[in-house]
Ligand binder design. Structure first.
Ligand code: SF4
Length: 173
């Protein structure tokens, strides 16, 4: 698919529709589509795309959107979450999924990070616009790499909603 598109683009000046067909089920398709479509997009090739998943077509859109946001080719929220390790004190996956659900459709160029400990979290998330640093009882929120506030870990979602709106308001000014 990669070679065919490269060759075709050398011969003809037509718009290119990118897609890895029969890419498989969710994880196979996400990996193969990201490699195939992403490689060509990074080379400046491709005008439209379709991700193909053997399963829920809504997931096709989510993967396509994620490819474009990750390559910074469209607006949207880029989510970062630490891989967890022996220092992790919160359920980063659960928190990250909740934040993805809440902010995943925001039409803003924004990076939101979820980190699992206060030891390395602030440093690892310093490039993020908004970072949630998980702590056992109290967690921290950083805005633009600087400490913003300490919050109860039980109120993460409400506090992150407030932090996102504070960050966006500041940025607009
Ligand atoms: S941020 Fe903390 S918990 Fe997450 S991977 Fe880094 S050291 Fe481990």
């Amino acid at each position: 698919m990669i070679e065919a598109n490269r060759l075709f683009s050398q011969e003809r000046d037509y718009p290119l529709h990118l897609g890895v067909t029969e890419a498989g089920t969710l994880i196979s398709s996400a990996v193969r589509s990201s490699i195939g479509i992403g490689t060509l997009l990074l080379e400046g090739l491709g005008d439209t795309l379709r991700v193909s998943v053997s399963g829920d077509p809504v997931k096709e859109l989510k993967i396509a959107k994620e490819i474009l946001i990750s390559l910074k080719l469209r607006k949207g929220v880029l989510f970062i979450a630490c891989p967890t390790c022996g220092r992790t004190v919160v359920d980063t996956e659960k928190i990250a999924l909740e934040l993805e659900e809440e902010f995943g459709n925001l039409d803003e160029k924004l990076t939101i990070a979820v980190m699992g400990c206060v030891v390395n979290g602030p440093g690892e998330a310093k490039e993020a616009d908004i970072a949630l640093i998980g702590g056992e009882k109290e967690s921290l929120i950083y805005l633009g790499g600087s400490f913003y506030k300490k919050i109860p870990t039980s109120k993460i979602l409400a506090e992150m909603k407030e932090a996102v709106s504070v960050f966006l308001n500041k940025r607009e000014k």
